[in-house]
Design a protein around this ligand. Structure first.
Ligand code: EPU
Length: 294
């Protein structure tokens, strides 16, 4: 396995602290942190993964991840080179590389008077990450807009999959068995002013109801059927509860914020506490929405 990275055209870093790449500002060192330059680089990494049975994880914008304090063995890939950040418009559709930040796609569509993405305004993350977990609100999710997705599988085949062949559920998709390369989303023409207005409204609602000043990964739990995890945790009286540097946000109880040098361990303990209290009070089992890498 000596010096396998010599063949890479992209960037590689060794023992890279994941806390610098997650919105939680938490996470120990990734053994290999790679930003592939293109598909050829990505194929090289996939070959290594199979040959040496190395774990390989794809990091989007790091906005929905809780990474272990002890770090991770193997390869963490970030699709942040220009190759994975291309955007093109075709009629009323937008085709975006998986590494494009969601807010950029939303803004480019707005500038062209293309509507559909407004409901995601204020969501952090990349378009690939959003797709992988079928990000959305209670009314809509990104799956509603998908036309087709281009992926690479772990046998190095690149293929384009039509929407009908993809399974989407609440915050999940069958795309997790691939690495997403790009996606084509169907939008609709609309008055630019109206699009702007809706985006502004969404951003404002978030600013009013969510803690956007301290590091976090957004909502830590999925909403249970017909309910709100935030409301339940709030009704358990847990706002402001803390374990070392990790605190249940005073603004939104489904947010855990990193007030000061919180560790993954602290966040997990606080999540356990919230789960236990909600189970006891409401008989409801909460499932994590954030991805736990350990
Ligand atoms: N509520 C409380 N106390 C709280 C938090 C919320 O009583 O501490 C109440 C609110 O007053 C409201 C209800 O619970 O009546 C729902 O709250 P909110 O509108 O904030 O929506 P949510 O279901 O908690 C979802 C998404 C958010 C997304 C918002 C706004 C999930 C798990 N969460 O939150 O997504 O930003 O809607 O669209 O689906 C995320 O995915 O990371 C995330 C934050």
């Amino acid at each position: 396995m000596m010096n396998w990275w010599k063949g890479l055209k992209g960037k590689i870093r060794f023992s890279e602290p994941l806390k610098e790449h997650t919105t939680f500002k938490i996470g120990g060192p990734a053994e290999f942190f790679v930003e592939p330059k293109d598909i050829r680089d990505l194929k090289l990494l996939i070959n290594l993964k199979s040959r040496y049975k190395l774990p390989l994880l794809v990091l989007g914008a790091g906005s929905n991840i809780l990474a272990s304090d002890d770090g991770l063995k193997g390869i963490v890939v970030r699709l942040s080179s220009p190759f994975f950040k291309k955007v093109a418009f075709r009629k009323n559709s937008i085709e975006a590389g998986s590494g494009v930040i969601l807010s950029r796609v939303i803004n480019l569509a707005k500038e062209r008077g293309l509507s559909g993405l407004e409901f995601m305004a204020g969501m952090p993350g990349t378009i690939g990450g959003a797709l992988m977990m079928n990000a959305g609100t209670s009314e809509r999710s990104i799956a509603d807009l998908v036309e087709k997705v281009t992926v690479i599988d772990y046998y190095n085949n690149v293929k384009t999959i039509g929407k009908e062949k993809i399974k989407f559920g609440y915050r999940k998709s069958s795309l997790t068995k691939f690495i997403i390369l790009s996606v084509s989303l169907k939008l609709a023409r609309k008055n630019k002013g109206k699009i702007k207005e809706e985006i502004a409204e969404r951003l404002n609602y978030r600013r009013l109801t969510q803690d956007l000043t301290l590091p976090s990964a957004g909502c830590v739990f999925q909403n249970p059927k017909g309910g709100s995890a935030g409301r339940m945790i709030d009704l358990c009286g847990l706002k402001g509860s803390s374990i070392r540097g990790a605190v249940v946000s005073l603004k939104h109880a489904n947010f855990i914020v990193n007030r000061s040098s919180a560790r993954a361990k602290d966040i997990l303990e606080l999540m356990d506490l919230a789960r236990a209290r909600v189970k006891k009070k409401f008989g409801v089992r909460l499932n994590p929405e954030i991805k736990i890498w350990q």
